[in-house]
Design a protein around this ligand. Structure first.
Ligand SMILES: [Cu+2]
Length: 137
């Protein structure tokens, strides 16, 4: 497996403005709404799995970073943008122990049927880290 680190993490995705269509239900590590059907998409270096799920309207897609570098789930249009989601990791505490930090996640409710192409801001072009959410009635 190839690992690339560095340069890309300095790039900050531009915030998206007001939107119609899908609604974001949180940002980093916010849980999806309770009771909703959740389709989880795993982010690794450098792919989404599954990259292109087909879901029913009203389903929540939850992207979770399980990779070794930061990733984003960013709409090719302006429908949604996760911002930078950190990789899981461990940090040393002052007493010599370690604390495990979970990977960042982003949840999004897709209420309107259609196709929503998305990519990772850092690796979409460089590593073809892309996908499409297909929302059916
Ligand atoms: Cu990425």
């Amino acid at each position: 497996m190839r690992i690339r680190v560095g340069i890309a993490s300095a790039i900050i995705a531009a915030a998206c403005g007001g939107s119609s269509g899908p609604t974001s239900s949180g940002s980093t590590n916010n849980p999806p709404p309770s009771g909703a059907t959740v389709e989880t998409v795993s982010m690794t270096d450098f792919a989404f799995t599954p990259a292109s799920p087909t879901i029913k309207a009203g389903t929540v897609v939850k992207w979770v970073n399980n990779g070794k570098t930061a990733h984003t789930a960013t709409s090719d249009g302006s429908a949604f943008d996760s911002g930078t989601l950190a990789a899981p990791g461990t940090t040393m505490d002052p007493y010599g122990g370690t604390t495990t930090t979970p990977g960042g996640s982003f949840s999004m409710t897709f209420a309107t049927p259609g196709t929503y192409a998305y990519h990772c801001t850092f690796h979409g072009t460089l590593n073809n880290m892309k996908g499409t959410i297909t929302v059916t009635q």
